[in-house]
Design a protein around this ligand. Sequence first.
Ligand code: DER
Length: 235
Amino acid sequence: TGIDAAKQLAAWTAVDEHVLPEHKLIGIGSGSTVPFVVERILAQGKELNKDRVFLPTGFQSKELIVNAGLTLGDVDQYPNLDVTIDGADEVDRRLNCIKGGGACQLREKVLAEAAETFIIVADFRKNSETLGTTWKQGVPIEVTPFAYARLLQNLHRMGSKAAALRMAKAKAGPVVTDNGNFVIDAPFSSSRYEEPEQILREIKMLTGVVEVGLFCNMAKAAYFGNEDGSITIKL
Ligand code: DER
């Protein structure tokens, strides 16, 4: 489909430009775009990849690395990476991202921060001027289950009237993350999304918040595949 081709174009272009022969420690994100990243890295050949270590941003990412026959690594052993490539739910004009649609934002943010270079790959639907334009589900927030009810109250008080616990579809009850936590999705008004770092700081200070799916001042570049087969690169 047009969207898969767009994801593949973004992923292949980003790998060609940012996963270089001298890069040995590589963070792999989560979602449906990063399989195209791994596909392109495999195409660089066994000779190059045998000396590389790949760090996952969650269970799905780990399985992607294992199934590709690439060497798995742990951030305990490699706390500093050359490059991390990940998807996003939406990216604004200043490369701020909403992430966490896949409920993986905690480990994603750890590996994004650990990398010398953090790159976003996505299809055209994620390319916005301001956050909240296409992604209406709100800011994904990983929270400790013990505090979720109080956090809902605090987020409602903060202006996110629609903040709600993310319920699972194929399981009774809430989504549980790879870290055993819950996710609250907190929508904000478009005016508030104009300053995503302000929202990030306010949410991060609330008791019981583990990590916030707003990645501000982290990405070095974002690659978007377009429907017409062209590529858009935001720097
Ligand atoms: O949860 C995330 O942040 C993931 O990166 C994910 O949302 C990316 O989505 P994708 O399936 O469109 O790549």
